[in-house]
Design a protein around this ligand. Structure first.
Ligand SMILES: *Cc1c(COP(=O)(O)O)cnc(C)c1O
Length: 497
């Protein structure tokens, strides 16, 4: 069963947790206890493909889903029409110590697909299992990648509607095109004047407005979330940590039982938290290295125990990490303290004072598992160039932040543990930055987005993901731009269309 990080007596089945997204008290849902896996489980994974590995891990958490249901969900999510690599999440070795885990072979070329291809399938079954008759309305606040991945996952899924909000001028041109061209009878997309946190706060306000929700319910609509606070988002992400480990064994990079580090470019703390769950379940992970950009609120927290969101917000070259409130950190605090009263009071301080400080014992426990540093835009660009020159490997800016933080970890600690750097986006998704890094300033001058894609492909020999190339000829279907205050109305209009 699943419980809230902020306490209370409510217990949710997996299906109910996935359906509801957020706990009624505003907390996040977490499993009451975790399965622990032994070495033979890990060894068995080596002989399996991604789909089979996922089935073994998912069923540990979804005991109200049958094996054949889980299988059907996985087939719909990770098939070779949607993913352009048979391995789904391949591991590429760059040198003797470091490999890259590529999480961007899905339909939107970013790691969000790993979760958002599966979540709608799990949710659709959850509606059946819980006897739900209302239409589920997925509200998404996106810093760019989640929105498109959610649209792609939910388009035309029965008994669902999806409304996606993104910060106006806060996402890349390609990301915007991906969203505003989305097809499907149940989708709506709108830009919000403000940054990602404004957008996310607007969605949270809608969720917390009981009167508004009651009115929607009278019309047969119930709100849910596809943001990374939904357990159905986090769970699929646990799989690829195990899968990467099995691949490292198969590639001869590590021996069974050997420890590895993971470096994760982090924003909302969802990806790296899935790694921590994998560790708690028995995967031999030494350190989880949290890589941040100039919005380094998490680096400061992991070093000092002080979470302070009262700071300048920077737009960086790695926009999916431009976040000042990392929602999933709440789950880590709960896992580390086991104390929902403590977690609730820290979250209240964060809301009321914009800051909280964890106690020394909790900080120490966190630091045993996590390490953090950050990289500026300048270093990010330099890293893309260096890695391309040295390995002929093309990194997007988010991945480059992680690689840079990995090199700084390696220097500062001397730790030679085999390391997996998690790669979260195709370089083509952020092609302007990548081309500028590789070919120099001015190399994008006079080129539109698609010229840039072609030039990057020509220079690197890497091929452009087909869905990105196809954007050039797609019709723009969504043009709404509103203020934060308009968001509830935009949702109503989308539902009554
Ligand atoms: C969402 C995203 C991240 C951040 O992941 P979190 O789970 O929010 O920490 C990093 N890189 C890319 C490309 C993303 O889309």
């Amino acid at each position: 069963m699943y419980i809230s990080t902020r306490g209370g007596n409510s217990r949710f089945t997996a299906a109910a947790a996935i359906k509801t997204g957020l706990a009624p008290d505003g907390g996040l849902l977490v499993p009451q206890e975790l399965p622990t896996l032994d070495n033979s489980f890990l060894n068995e994974l080596t002989a399996l493909n991604y789909h089979q590995r996922a089935a073994k891990i998912l069923k540990l958490f979804l005991d109200d889903y049958s094996e054949s249901e889980i299988d059907a969900c996985l087939k719909a999510a990770y098939n070779n029409i949607k993913f352009n690599d048979a391995a789904v999440a391949p591991v590429v070795k760059l040198n003797d110590e470091a490999s890259v885990l590529e999480l961007w072979h899905g339909p939107t070329s970013a790691f969000k697909d790993m979760a958002l291809q599966l979540l709608p399938q799990l949710l659709s079954l959850a509606l059946k299992k819980t006897g739900e008759t209302a239409k589920i309305v997925i509200l998404v606040a996106t810093s760019g990648d989640t929105g498109k991945a959610a649209l792609e996952g939910f388009a035309d899924v029965v008994q669902t509607q999806i409304v996606v909000f993104y910060p106006h001028h806060g996402v890349s041109k390609i990301q915007e095109l991906q969203m505003v061209t989305q097809e499907g009878g149940n989708v709506a997309v709108a830009a919000v004047k403000g940054n990602f946190d404004d957008t996310q706060t607007g969605v949270k306000l809608i969720f917390n407005d009981q009167g508004y929700r009651a009115k929607l319910e009278q019309q047969g609509f119930k709100l849910s979330s596809a943001n990374s606070i939904n357990w159905g988002r986090l769970l699929p992400q646990i799989v690829y940590y195990f899968s990467a480990y099995a691949d490292l064994i198969n590639q001869g990079t590590i021996k069974p039982k050997q420890s590895v580090n993971f470096v994760v470019p982090t924003g909302n703390f969802g990806n790296i938290l899935a790694g921590y769950y994998a560790k708690l379940m028995g995967l031999p992970i030494n350190k989880l290295i949290c890589a941040a950009n100039n919005n380094n609120v998490l680096t400061e927290f992991l070093r000092t125990g002080i979470y302070n969101r009262q700071r300048d917000f920077y737009k960086t070259l790695s926009p999916s990490m431009d976040i000042l409130i990392s929602s999933n950190l709440e789950r880590l605090l709960y896992l580390v303290t086991g104390d929902s009263d403590k977690v609730a009071s820290w979250m209240q301080e964060l809301t009321e004072q914009g800051r909280y400080q964890v106690d020394a014992v909790s900080l120490k426990a966190i630091q045993q598992n996590f390490w953090s540093d950050w990289a500026s835009d300048e270093l990010t660009i330099e890293t893309i160039k260096d890695v391309f020159d040295q390995y002929h490997y093309v990194m997007d800016p988010h991945t480059a932040v992680a690689w840079r933080v990995y090199t700084s970890y390696r220097q500062q600690t001397g730790d030679t543990t085999p390391t997996v750097v998690v790669s979260t986006a195709s370089p083509f998704k952020f092609s302007e930055s990548v081309l500028t890094a590789i070919a120099g300033k001015g190399s994008v001058n006079g080129k539109n987005e698609f010229d840039v894609l072609r030039e990057l492909s020509r220079l690197t020999g890497w091929s452009i993901p087909v869905p990105l190339a196809n954007l050039e000829n797609k019709e723009i279907r969504h043009t709404t731009v509103g203020n934060k205050e308009d968001m509830p109305i935009i949702v109503k209009q989308a539902l009554n269309r």
